[in-house]
Design a protein around this ligand. Sequence first.
Ligand code: FAD
Length: 463
Amino acid sequence: MTCTIVWLRDDLRVADNPALAAAIEHGEPVVVVYILDEVSPGIRPLGGATKWWLHHSLVALSDKVRRLGGELILKQGASADIIRELLRETNASALYWNRRYGKPERDLDASIKEYAKASGVDAHSFQANVLFEPWTVRTGNDTPYTVFTPFWKSCVNRPTPPRLPIPAPTEFIPPATQPASDELDSWNLLPTSPNWALAFDHRWNVGENGAHQALERFFDSRITRYAKGRDFPSEYSTSELSPHLRWGEISPFQIWHATDEFRRKMGNTPEITTNATKFLSELGWREFSYNLLYHWPELATVNFDARFDHFPWGPADPDILDAWQQGRTGIPLVDAGMRELWQTGYMHNRVRMVAASFLIKNLLIDWRIGEAWFWDTLVDADPASNAASWQWVAGSGADAAPYFRVFNPKLQAEKFDPKGEYLHRYLGDYEHPMLSGYPEPIIDLLETRNRALEAFKTLGDIP
Ligand code: FAD
């Protein structure tokens, strides 16, 4: 008896999962496997917060797969060895997965596909996690886009819109004997001493159902204020879908078409159209980030703009870095953001920009150090969006913020948190942190801003 193996990775869902749908369609018993691979060459180990998310997401996915009649098989180790062993053990005739876009992952997948095909196995990969495959979006000169606006325009103006989502399966045939599976708990993905993720449970509803509930909540109560409200960190007007998207608990195809349907249902009023278009364009930034990661695989470690290779980053003073990481800089908006991150594994986008600018420009600390901290602490830590966003703030990225844009955290707080509600939420021990009693800043904002601008002049031909 043969079977089909579905190898899930960044696509922890059963609905709109092309690899799973194709496996069921194939008609043989289906084996569903997830591999925790922290050993294959070039694979970046997961950060602590994403491990927490992964644990809960696998619990939710196991339940979904069981309800369909199967079992989620968990394996830990080098993916190539494990897949090879599984193909042999199950006598599989087919191996399906959904694509990923980092270079080490692509190389690994290509070598596994080659091995499988050479062994007579029908190995096939599918588009599932981006709306537009990065190699299909090209400028008139047949080069990848490096500027967001024309990139997104060329995506949304295609003659055919992104495909419709594939409905969730109702059941599938399991093999007579399932391969052995690890116990999830043995992977120790959850923090113990200390359990810094205590408050995460209250904030997040991990898993495919939670992802769809977040989308429903967004349509029910947030989207009508999205375009204006998304910059105000005290408001809950964004979707908070990012960690669900990171793990593929929901697909961008589902979000795209649900947004379209919502618009139609609401009569396509100008207000709804503005908000929906803005929301989809933010999803477009995710697509743009994946486009960059695909074409510039070292996005998380190498300056996109090589002139920044000579930038005089200061030494990262451990005390100063600690103060930033722990939200003790004496700059209220930065501290509130870094505490939100620590307490919830998330930080509002506007505050991410401010906290990152403060690290890079006011403290003159290399953006890669900040990227690594976010990688470890964000539940949505994403190989494409995190790297692209840090480079965007640094000024070294594609279509980046100009180097002279040094966010002033004080003005940002006055403008985007005028009543100090966000500050109060995370620095609650201070009556109104902008006004009185808050610890002194560890640096002078104006002095360090000028220092940054001087340092940027050393880049030479930047105007
Ligand atoms: P919404 O406003 O509801 O947007 C919907 C979706 O669009 C998001 O879930 C996300 O998938 C995507 N999106 C929105 N903004 C961006 C953006 N600027 N770049 C790429 N995709 C975007 N986002 C991540 O998903 N993972 C990261 O690791 C990450 N690191 C960041 C680091 C820095 C320094 C900065 C400035 C931004 C970073 N972002 C990252 C982008 C952005 O902050 C988050 O995507 C957003 O805050 C998530 O909240 P939301 O889901 O409510 O977003």
